[in-house]
Design a protein around this ligand. Structure first.
Ligand code: PMP
Length: 389
């Protein structure tokens, strides 16, 4: 059978991370590669109790088709949390679906799409199917540089994709002044901002900086997710969009999956209603803060001179920069041979890649194994540096 694939499938390949994850399923491997939340953070009992209540009182609703926009009470809850009208909220099948839907309604082949440097690999994957031309915005430790968004780039740009909080992959957070400057610049030049925020609730000190959405509700699409605050297996996220865009997104979602699973939506709502979420989040933040501290301590002890890393104040990732000339991708097979895995940074670049970078995820690895894994990486990098010298 000669299967005739569409042209857009040429952009379709398995992500570097998913490929690495296959190798790291071996129990002896210390994996800093996957971006999974800690299963110890899942509110299993609360979800089980919510499930019992849902099946006792609302089984028919939970098992029936529902509105494309999402389960009304959940949309109201999300709207209230972000101080926006529930009509702007669409519940999605993970925030990953929101990226796909945005691609569908905003990107034509050849459309410029602006992204941070580096950026979330899954967003590059989702948008790639719609054949954009990616433009990687110059960025520093605070996020994309507003002045990098010039009139030429802004013209025709369909969106600017950014993660202001504890970015995947670098762990960086955009300070308030940078947020304000970026929102202002985008507003001036008429560029739609896509604010992807799955880690916003994971600030270790619990302090949230204002969202880009709150600074310009009509110029920002906000993406939220229940994956890191409840559990990713629910596959629930949401988007908040200006009404005109929300209507188009609803039509695209109707075509994609009619609606996100009613059962998952009722379970999530029943779990978070009545203020149940905040005490749970406090525990997750504390767990992740402690894990991060172990990681940063281990890096300070074991990394050879010349290696730099980010010091995240929330989220799940540390970003390492090796001295120039060392290729993290070439070191990965050697690390895996010593039973340690990471994600080489090159995967996260839309433009020219800094191949001397890598991402370490630290929330799923027990502290003693973090120490052990970082010691092995430190040794490996020291050997590579000695060879390069
Ligand atoms: N955006 C970012 C930045 C992410 O890191 C992830 C998960 N790895 C997603 C979106 C997708 O999350 P989900 O579909 O589980 O909501």
């Amino acid at each position: 059978m000669n299967i005739r694939f569409s042209r857009r499938t040429q952009a379709l390949s398995s992500s570097a991370i998913r490929e690495i994850l296959k190798v790291t399923e071996r129990p002896e491997v210390i994996s800093f590669a996957g971006g999974l939340p800690s299963p110890a953070s899942f509110p299993v009992d609360a979800i089980a109790r919510a499930s019992a209540r849902v099946f006792a009182r609302q089984a028919q609703t939970a098992l029936q088709y529902g509105p494309t926009e999402g389960y009304g009470p959940l949309r109201e809850w999300i709207g209230a949390r972000h101080r926006v009208a529930a009509e702007r909220v669409i519940v999605t099948t993970g925030s990953q679906q929101a990226l796909d839907l945005l691609g569908k309604v905003l990107i034509d082949p050849g459309s410029p799409v602006l992204v941070e440097t580096p950026t979330y690999l899954g967003a590059l994957q989702a948008f790639s199917l719609f054949e954009p031309v990616f433009c990687a915005l110059r960025s520093d430790d605070d996020g994309p540089l507003p002045e990098a968004l010039d009139v030429g780039l802004a013209q025709e740009a369909r969106l600017l994709y950014a993660q202001p909080n504890f970015q995947n992959p670098t762990g960086r957070r955009m300070p308030l002044a940078r947020r304000a400057a970026l929102v202002e610049r985008a507003r001036e030049l008429g560029v739609l901002l896509v604010e992807d925020d799955p880690y916003g609730e994971l600030a270790y000190d619990g302090q949230r900086l204002p969202t880009l959405l709150s600074m310009n509700p009509d110029g920002v699409v906000y993406l939220g997710s229940f994956s890191k605050v409840l559990a990713p297996g629910l596959r629930l996220g949401y988007l908040i969009a200006p009404p005109k865009l929300a209507r188009k997104l609803v039509h695209a979602k109707q075509a994609a999956d009619l609606h996100s699973p009613s059962l998952a939506q009722l379970l999530a709502f029943e779990t978070v209603r009545d203020g149940l979420l905040d005490p749970h989040l406090a525990a997750v933040r504390e767990r992740y803060r402690a894990q991060c501290e172990v990681m940063l301590d281990a890096l300070a002890r074991h990394m050879p001179p010349g290696v730099r890393w980010s010091r995240p104040r929330g989220g799940m990732f540390v970003w390492l920069t090796l001295p120039a000339g060392v290729d993290a991708g070439e070191l990965l097979p050697r690390a895996i041979a010593r039973n340690v895995a990471f994600v080489p940074g090159a995967a996260f670049y839309a433009g020219p890649a800094a191949v001397n970078t890598l991402r370490l995820a630290f929330v799923t690895v027990p502290p003693a194994r973090i120490e052990q894994g970082v010691a092995i990486l430190g040794q490996l990098f020291a050997e590579a540096l000695a060879r390069a010298a």
